[in-house]
Design a protein around this ligand. Structure first.
Ligand code: EPU
Length: 446
């Protein structure tokens, strides 16, 4: 059954939304949990398909896992690891699972992990991961699409990353935890998810300092120094930025709860330049509103603390109806403008030249049938559909389900006219009645 999303645009969003745990943090924490013998419990774990895939990857190593939907907690009991292999069938579904390489190689001295390959948004190489592991002393062979890593002994060293890669920084942090001596990762990624991982590892007994700066130092500890822990994941800054975009774009007003505003400093400054109002209500609650046509702004995506690439498509959706011309430059990925042809179908005026997009604001967007090509492009289509006049249908929701927990419920709670359905459902009257339908509860809600 093919699921689709139907949205009737034009409503200003009002209300409040609570942000879930950070997908891009929790996936790495789950891999890091296998470093300690015993049961680690991670809280604030969103119910996402990517989390399910990571659970399968970890279970494939012989590790016991338990996800409790009610408490949003995952228990990972890595007393024993009985397999050192992460199979292509899973790694190819979710690149982030490549992170188990660093954890396995340091704990089990050996790992066989499938190479993830490219994805819709770019080539996404893993050469820094491999070179860094080699520098730590791992013997690496690539055969039949798998990385075979052997490391009877890992020794701390200085590693310089050509690009502050998030995944490479994380993989190498994990590998260095049980290495002998000190590892210094220079030009390290500084994302909040890296800090979360370092905090998690330190709580477990590791010795990591400098996370959140460009130089991270890991002093190797012994296996017996690591112990299982209970830990709560940080909020998802990209999910927060997505709902903020939707509220601003529809000229609404809403509270974003369970957010860490310091993680969104650069993004917020651009929203304010666009004409949004952002108020800190409590340390983890912000109010966002907008009551004017947006101003055009220029945006260049950068590693943290710069403008996040994961919010670039959302900014583009907002700017499609801004006053004037905005130039958006995507500097991290080769192919992250997949939303452009779909936004054009909705009436946007966007000219793309390599990694630059010139967005000329139009008066309004019109509803259309569009298709998500990847997670963030999909999210931008939701925002565009909410802004547009008339009805839009968005296809390929599996991309969006990877990273946005209960998104149609959260949007509906903000007053969006949104429904998920499959081709067999009769939804003819549902939208006009403005009913709010949650996933898996379609008939009951109608
Ligand atoms: N790169 C290399 N070689 C490497 C590693 C990276 O050339 O060995 C390049 C990549 O090809 C890319 C750039 O460096 O062009 C940045 O990649 P990075 O390694 O930083 O990204 P990632 O770890 O693969 C994570 C997030 C992405 C987010 C980026 C950048 C996870 C699971 N994914 O990916 O999130 O865009 O950092 O912030 O943490 C998303 O959530 O939609 C998403 C794609």
């Amino acid at each position: 059954m093919v699921e689709k999303l139907k949205i009737i645009g034009g409503n200003a969003l009002h209300g409040e939304v609570s942000i879930s745990g950070a997908k891009n943090s929790v996936l790495k924490l789950m891999a890091a949990a296998i470093l300690a013998k015993g049961e680690t419990v991670i809280h604030n774990v969103p119910e996402l398909t990517d989390v399910q895939i990571m659970l399968k990857v970890i279970e494939g190593l012989g590790v016991k896992t338990r996800y409790d939907k009610k408490s949003k907690s995952v228990a990972i009991d890595a007393a024993d690891i009985t397999s050192i292999t992460a199979k292509y069938e899973l790694v190819s579904k979710m690149r982030a699972s490549f992170i188990v390489l660093g954890a396995l190689v340091t704990r089990c001295k050996e790992a066989v992990v499938a190479l993830p390959g490219g994805c819709a948004i770019g080539e996404r190489r893993v050469d820094f991961h491999i070179k860094g592991l080699e520098a730590l002393g791992a013997d690496i062979k690539i055969e039949n699409g798998y990385v075979h890593a052997k490391a009877p002994k890992l020794t701390g060293t200085d590693i310089y990353l050509d690009i502050p890669s998030v995944g490479a920084t994380e993989n190498l942090m994990l590998a260095a935890i049980l290495a002998e001596g000190a590892t210094r990762i220079q030009n390290a990624a500084q994302e909040p998810e890296i800090v979360d991982l370092a905090n998690f590892l330190n709580a477990m007994g590791a010795d990591v300092s400098g996370a959140g700066t460009s130089e991270i130092v890991i002093n190797g500890v012994k296996q017996e120094d690591l112990h299982p822990i209970e830990y709560t994941t940080i909020p998802d800054r990209i999910e927060a930025g997505t709902y903020m975009a939707a509220i601003v774009a529809t000229k609404g007003k809403g509270l974003i709860k369970n957010v860490l505003p310091s993680h969104l400093t650069f993004y917020n400054s651009k929203l304010i330049k666009m004409g949004a109002n952002i108020k800190l209500i409590e340390p983890t609650v912000i109010e966002v509103s907008c009551n004017q046509r947006l101003n055009s702004v220029n945006i260049v995506t950068q590693p943290y603390p710069g403008f996040p690439t994961d919010l670039q498509s959302l900014a583009m959706a907002m700017l499609t109806t801004a006053d004037g011309v905005s130039i958006i430059t995507e500097s991290l990925y080769e192919n992250r403008f997949m939303q452009v042809p779909e936004l054009r179908r909705m009436g946007a005026d966007i000219h793309q030249e390599r990694n630059h997009a010139l967005v000329r604001g139009v008066k309004n967007l019109n509803g259309a049938n569009v298709k998500a090509s990847d997670l963030r492009a999909g999210a931008s289509l939701i925002v565009a559909a909410l802004m547009a006049e008339g009805e839009s249908v968005i296809e390929a929701l599996h991309h969006i389900d990877r990273g946005y927990e209960l998104f149609e419920t959260k949007f509906a709670n903000l007053g969006a006219n949104i429904v998920r359905y499959n081709d067999e459902d009769d939804i003819s009257n549902s939208l006009n009645n403005h009913c709010q339908i949650t996933k898996g509860n379609l008939n009951a809600s109608i």
